[in-house]
Write a protein that binds this ligand. Structure first.
Ligand SMILES: Nc1ncnc2c1ncn2[C@@H]1O[C@H](COP(=O)(O)OP(=O)(O)O)[C@@H](O)[C@H]1O
Ligand SMILES: [Mg+2]
Length: 276
């Protein structure tokens, strides 16, 4: 599905953000990318959709050699990848429905989009997705009236409107409170699995990554320092990724908190559904 070989990015300033990243995603799984601030997480994601031009290396998405694409081929390539951002990137004065439909912009003609004449199939798909992300009844609400969590739900729906082959997600919960962060991560991972779409999710919260991702990649110094399932993330590995710190305590705390929080989530879900 996604094969990245020897990816290097050196910025004009001389900073080498990625120095030979190798990574393969062969199945529709959620891959969390963790690492300190400045480890190169955003650069990696942005190289994949060529918002950042790689210095060298190769990126293949299914049948598409992303790195070999000329500039004019980028639009059609980018619609195959759904992006979800920390700051949501919604159009504030447009409605939830219009924001969701804008995920189809890569597909409909300029004039159709300008006159907001989306094909009925697209509109039906948007209603269905908005319902699925928990925004039924909010279709005509303006984006600027939404809470952060609701905005990110729109962001997720908009990305899925593209029917992407890959989801690229950069710190989706960094602007959200802990409870909302969990709900958004859970929703994102559930939907990736439901749609069979692989997802790369940059996330600095190790606990969230461990709880929800199928696989974790640790970046350190622009290289892959760890690649494995969440249960393999030991204190020694965390030290390699983040540096010296008493991780045994952190992991224990995180696990305990996660279990408790999970119980609470389940209880409140039951209450919500009992209340109709
Ligand atoms: N546009 C840019 N120009 C120059 N240096 C950059 C640019 N973007 C990021 N960097 C540098 O590249 C390194 C990796 O950054 P980034 O990919 O944003 O890391 P992360 O997302 O893991 O915090 C950092 O040292 C950062 O300062
Ligand atoms: Mg970043």
């Amino acid at each position: 599905m996604l094969v990245i070989t020897d990816l290097v990015k050196q910025y004009r300033t001389g900073t080498r953000a990625l120095s030979g990243v190798n990574l393969k995603v062969n199945e529709p799984q959620v891959v969390a990318i963790i690492g300190s601030s400045g480890a190169g997480k955003s650069t990696l994601i942005r190289c994949i959709n060529r918002l950042v031009e790689p210095t060298s290396g190769k990126i293949i998405l299914n049948d598409l050699d992303v790195t070999a694409l000329p500039r004019h081929g980028l639009r059609s390539a980018r619609r195959r990848m759904g992006m979800i951002f920390q700051e949501y990137n919604l159009v504030e004065r447009l409605t939830v429905m219009e924001n969701a439909l804008s995920g189809r912009l890569g597909y409909v003609s300029f004039w159709r989009a300008y006159w907001r004449k989306y094909p009925p199939g697209d509109v039906a798909m948007a209603y269905e997705l908005l319902d699925r992300v928990g925004l039924k009844g909010y279709e005509n609400t303006r984006a600027d009236e939404l809470s952060g969590g609701q905005r990110q739900r729109v962001g997720i729906a908009r990305a899925l409107m593209q029917r992407p082959e890959l989801l690229l997600v950069d710190e989706p919960t960094a602007s959200l409170d802990p409870k909302t962060s969990r709900q958004i991560m859970r929703l994102l991972c559930e939907l990736a699995h439901e749609k069979g779409t692989p997802a790369l999710v940059n996330i600095h919260d190790v606990g969230l990554a461990q709880t929800f991702a199928d696989r974790i990649i640790g970046l350190a110094g622009g290289k892959v320092a760890f690649d494995g399932t969440p249960d393999k993330l030991t204190p020694a590995v965390l030290t390699e990724i983040y540096g010296e710190e008493d991780w045994s305590k952190t992991i224990g705390e995180v696990k305990g908190r996660e279990t408790q929080a999970h119980k609470k989530d389940q209880e409140s879900l039951k209450r919500e559904s009992a209340a109709g």
